[in-house]
Design a protein around this ligand. Sequence first.
Ligand SMILES: Cc1cc2nc3c(=O)[nH]c(=O)nc-3n(C[C@H](O)[C@H](O)[C@H](O)COP(=O)(O)OP(=O)(O)OC[C@H]3O[C@@H](n4cnc5c(N)ncnc54)[C@H](O)[C@@H]3O)c2cc1C
Length: 496
Amino acid sequence: MTTAPAHVDALIIGSGQAAPALAMALAGRGESVALVEAHNLGGTCVNNGCTPTKTLRKSARVAHMVRRAAEFGVNTGAVSIDFAKAMDRMHERVNASRAGLEAWLMGTPKVRIVRGWGRLAGRSAQGFAATVDLPTGGQEHITADRVYLNTGTRPFMPPIDGMRQGIDAADPRIIHNEGLLQLRACPQHLVILGGSYIGLEFGQIMRRLGAAVSIIEPGPRIAAREDELATSIITQFLQEEGVAVLSNARLLRVESTSTALRLYIAQADGSSQTIEASHLLVATGRVPNTDALGLESIGLVPGERGYIHTNAQLETAVPGVWALGDINGRGAFTHTSFHDYEIVRDNLLQADAASRAVTDGQVRPLQALRSADERTTVYAMFTDPPLGRVGMNRAMASAEHARSGRQFLIAEHMMRFVSRAKEESETHGVVQFVVDAQTEQFVGATVLGINGDEIIQVVSNYMATGASYRLMRDCLPAHPTVTEFFPTILDKLKTL
Ligand SMILES: Cc1cc2nc3c(=O)[nH]c(=O)nc-3n(C[C@H](O)[C@H](O)[C@H](O)COP(=O)(O)OP(=O)(O)OC[C@H]3O[C@@H](n4cnc5c(N)ncnc54)[C@H](O)[C@@H]3O)c2cc1C
């Protein structure tokens, strides 16, 4: 006997960074909501991403600063790392964060959490149909008027000889971010495949916690989305801490032996080398969780790489279905996912206001719908020092100039000339501004250096105003801060 599917106004599949707040907002509008989550509430950020890495980063930074203590006139004994304790601290933070979220969601009337793998299953007379594979083995059927997808990404596993086999065979030494966060002992030699943000953050953290670390980057340089100057600074501070960076290096094959993983690497110059690792962290990018979502059953076709195309209001090509967070390809960050939620929420509230106006017989001026097209994505990479970035960098502005002839102004100022950085003995880095020569508006900034993750938001928020750089140049900054150099740097703007 089959039971009739439960019907809800809104079905949310995946509890990423948009979903919990969206569930609350929809319930606040009086809607019944089913939120389907296959694993832990809170998604990647809380469980395997931002929260654990930034918590571990603090342990790593403390270790680093204690090792440097004598430079600051502070004498300590020999530094030793209690790796398991650092991991426990991280897990406590993750658990507390997840528990807070669970309590918040579960205490909300009209929101029902359904544990299991959700999949769309076409349409029924009641609306969209979905099936949830429950962890207990059964299935639950749900129908919904509207569907919101927030299913995030998973690690990409490149097809390298020996590696897939290793992972399929559950070789505990070949890991991605989730596996690394479960370690109880510090790896002896952690080799990281992929020199982008996740690989670099983990590389520095694990080095500081006591591992030997090598980063294998197939391309010519790590942090390749940043300018060459930024790459060279990041490479320098990682190497100074003992992280080996192998660029132009291709991992050909992984061999599991009883004592180690043997990695066969080819260099672009034709040479080859073999290195032994206790663990291999695969950090080669992420793929969207859209392939087992039953999208085809409602006629929704993702793009070539699996991302779901949306309009600026984050509606998919199928009316009544929205895609939020990493899967829409409009950002791969917690803040972009949460911002997606805010856009959807505000546009629904706007629609509510419009329909109330019709019922009241009143004419109210409608505000423009919020749009994801209008945001300029800001982000940070949490190496130490961190990198904050918004909009264009030098390389992008040069390419744009070559393509369209658009004129830019650019200024760069090395952190070693910033007094606050000198006072703190943390002088690695650079501040770079890119300005449109005609409009005088900022089009981008990079702040690599102490507090770069926070400082960048001064520029990104300022960019949202559309004001000329001259206004910022004439503002009064506090001393001694990195930001106090903004007027000095802006005075140095030159044609690119
Ligand atoms: C190691 C690491 C560090 C990171 N650090 C940062 C950082 O410092 N700052 C930052 O902004 N971003 C960071 N990110 C990225 C950030 O975690 C994501 O961009 C963010 O979580 C937004 O993801 P999302 O909302 O799209 O979904 P996610 O957070 O990925 O959540 C998706 C959820 O959907 C569930 N799900 C998927 N398919 C189904 C299904 N069919 N049925 C039911 N449930 C399903 C998954 O189990 C998961 O819980 C980091 C990522 C990683 C891996």
